[in-house]
Ligand binder design. Sequence first.
Ligand code: SME
Length: 159
Amino acid sequence: MRTEELRTAVMRVMDEKAPPAAKLQAVCDLLRIEGERYDWAGYYLVDPHREERLVLGPFSGAPTEHTSIAFGEGICGQAAGTLKVFVVDDVTAESNYLSCSPSVKSEFVAPVLMKGVLVGELDIDSHTKAAFTKEDAAFLQWVADITAPAVAGAAGLGE
Ligand code: SME
């Protein structure tokens, strides 16, 4: 599916009446199955029980050993610590990177903010180098923004 079709499909999921984690799971499945070059799609949530840590939330794709990540650690931890979007064209060139699988070649991570406060992040891995175009980045940022209330809800930080 192209990003315009994906947008419509994501909006449909977010309009459904379902628990926040179920909506995020459906979005992850949609992105991984229908998105071109998106081979793993998941949310990390701000851990309400541990200071400055992320905990793995709903995801679609191969299971990862990185279920808890400290701020500053790996691409995800850096995105959480700096509140910056990371588009990594070649993960092998990164020194601060947590590998989930040798098949992963590039990665996109966007912090998810609710009323200016970090509640989690959207993480997409690709088996293609430099998979994330400007169009992908804009689309995925939109996904991060539109899913923010559900991410806050899933993290137990209030929807
Ligand atoms: N590669 C990430 C870890 C999470 S996995 O991609 C699922 C990182 O460096 O933070």
